[in-house]
Design a protein around this ligand. Structure first.
Ligand SMILES: NC(=O)c1ccc[n+]([C@@H]2O[C@H](COP(=O)([O-])OP(=O)(O)OC[C@H]3O[C@@H](n4cnc5c(N)ncnc54)[C@H](OP(=O)(O)O)[C@@H]3O)[C@@H](O)[C@H]2O)c1
Length: 268
């Protein structure tokens, strides 16, 4: 099979095609013929070495396709099934075939294309646990979603709206503002241009928000401490009641044209 292999840490140029033996399913595993693979921050962090991964490796934490062989001790998954998976412990999505533990297989209904599943599973599961478990959004809640036009942010916005919440989103550009509004954000703040904490105070008439979902990190941390609702209180110099941080923060170079910002990495 063909695969994309990382043999040394670095930029995109270290991604190289390789011809490798087809994987065989071990006990409890199935082999999936990959139709589509997701591309995530974790792939980039592992490629650059920011998130250490023994070399060489095939990147790809999520993908979708068709089961082509099934190992022993597997039940409920058969050859020909359309499936997807997303799990930090399973690498190899940037390949034509991957052996995946059957317990991480997600069956795909026929109306979900493999390309959709591979694009949405990690970000969607993350948005789901944030809005349903980290802070179960209640009807009428106003929440702050940083980076609302990003993958997690835009899915989170839609899930909060489905739960009856009001979304104040932050974004960096006019184009992203339009996208965030298109997916349902009620209010959008360009946090590159205005003090978002002050804007949140204005939009909530000083009441603050029920939860802050922070996809960004260092640049938003201080401001978000002052946005959770504490009726009658001054901004608090510590973490609020409901601040769902996606993962530990690590620093990467800022995108061209912006100031250095800290990103969170993929939690595993
Ligand atoms: N389960 C998990 O733990 C889990 C799962 C998925 C993702 N994550 C993490 O969640 C974060 C968001 O992931 P995502 O998939 O939504 O990413 P994405 O689609 O690329 O969106 C990230 C957004 O973050 C904003 N941003 C702020 N500072 C940035 C910087 N220095 N570089 C790049 N973007 C920056 C950008 O929006 P603006 O331009 O509007 O600022 C961008 O649209 C990542 O840190 C990722 O590792 C964690």
């Amino acid at each position: 099979m063909r695969a994309i292999v990382v043999s040394e840490n670095g930029g995109p140029e270290v991604l190289a095609y390789a011809e490798l033996p087809d994987p065989e399913p071990g006990p409890g595993e199935v082999v999936v013929d990959v139709a589509a693979s997701g591309v995530n921050f974790a792939d980039i962090a592992k490629r650059t070495g920011r998130m250490p991964e023994p070399l060489p490796f095939i990147p790809g934490h999520e993908a979708a396709g068709t089961v082509s062989s099934v190992g022993s001790q597997v039940s409920g998954v058969t050859v020909g099934d359309q499936v997807s998976w997303a799990w930090p412990g399973v690498l190899g999505g940037y390949a034509e075939r991957v052996a995946v533990p059957a317990q991480w297989i997600v069956p795909l209904p026929p109306q979900i294309a493999p390309s959709t599943a591979a694009a949405v599973l990690i970000q969607g599961l993350t948005a789901h646990y944030l809005s349903h478990a980290a802070y179960p959004v209640r009807p009428g809640d106003t929440v702050l979603v940083h980076a609302a036009a990003g993958g997690v942010g835009s899915l989170l916005t839609q899930l909060v709206k489905l739960r009856g919440g009001r979304v104040i989103g932050t974004v960096s550009t006019a184009e992203k503002e339009k996208f965030a509004r298109d997916v349902g954000a009620d209010e959008v703040i360009r946090y590159t241009e205005v003090d978002f904490a002050a804007a949140v105070a204005r939009l909530t008439r000083g009441a603050g928000v029920a939860a802050v979902f922070d996809n960004v990190g260092r640049t938003t941390f201080d401001g978000r401490c002052s946005t959770p609702g504490r009726p009658g209180s001054a901004p608090a110099p510590r973490r609020g009641r409901h601040q769902a941080e996606i993962s530990p923060s690590t620093t990467v170079p800022a995108p061209t044209g912006s100031t250095a910002r800290t990103r969170s990495g993929f939690s595993s």
